[in-house]
Design a protein around this ligand. Structure first.
Ligand code: TMP
Length: 205
């Protein structure tokens, strides 16, 4: 089972994942958490290049390709082997982030982006994708208030992030069977409870 979490900036994915993992392990599931970009030595090195505020001159096509390079590596080195061992892989972002950020955000050709994504993933699609959805301004404000510094992607202007969120909504509409939307403007505990419920329901299906 391959589960991915998606969302605009400040949606809280990263804070929820450790608690989901602990909850599922207590239930006896073998679960492997990972994140994108990253999750392997090569992919983490590419992440540093992508997110470094010094790389302000990076062209959107360069950005798109670097995300795919990081992705191809984690798919082959981590995700495919774990799935083959029947583990549950839970990823903080996957290829829908590229469609949302590089496709809708940068307004690059969506068909070309989808073809690149297919190449990078070798066609590997998640069984379940959860959109942690929230107002873009609320999310960016959460980021400003946290003590973790800004990365190059977060620093894009607010219109970019509005297109990203709208893009996610388009994707949910296009593939309603794969996606579940969770409102992440609720209290943290309510979001966590809903995430647990959605994942357990999928496992029990
Ligand atoms: P995060 O780990 O804090 O979510 O940061 C990852 C950033 O990278 C976030 O701004 C979204 C961005 N991103 C893309 O633009 N495209 C991608 O394909 C992925 C995986 C992430």
């Amino acid at each position: 089972m391959f589960i991915t979490l998606e969302g605009p900036e400040g949606s809280g994915k990263t804070s929820h994942i450790p608690y989901l993992v602990e909850f599922l392990r207590e239930k006896g599931y073998v679960i492997f958490p990972t994140r994108e970009p990253g999750g392997t030595s090569i992919s983490e090195q590419i992440r540093d290049v992508l997110h470094d505020m010094k790389n302000a001159e990076m062209h959107p096509r360069t950005e798109t390709l670097l995300y795919q390079a990081a992705r191809a590596q984690i798919v082959e080195e981590v995700i495919k082997p774990r799935l083959a061992d029947r583990e549950i892989v839970l990823s903080d972002r996957y290829y829908d982030s590229t469609i949302a950020y590089q496709g809708y955000g940068h307004q690059q050709n969506l068909d070309e982006i989808r073809a690149l994504v297919r190449y990078a993933t070798d066609g590997l699609t998640p069984n379940l994708t959860i959109l942690l959805d929230l107002d873009v301004e609320v999310g960016l404000r959460r980021k400003t208030q946290s003590d973790v510094g800004w990365n190059r992607m977060e620093a894009y202007f607010v219109e970019f992030h509005r297109r990203v969120r709208a893009g996610y909504h388009e994707m949910v509409k296009a593939e309603p069977k794969r996606w579940v939307v969770v409102n992440s403007e609720q209290a943290w505990e309510s979001v966590q409870a809903e995430l647990r419920k959605v994942i357990l329901e999928k496992m029990n299906n």
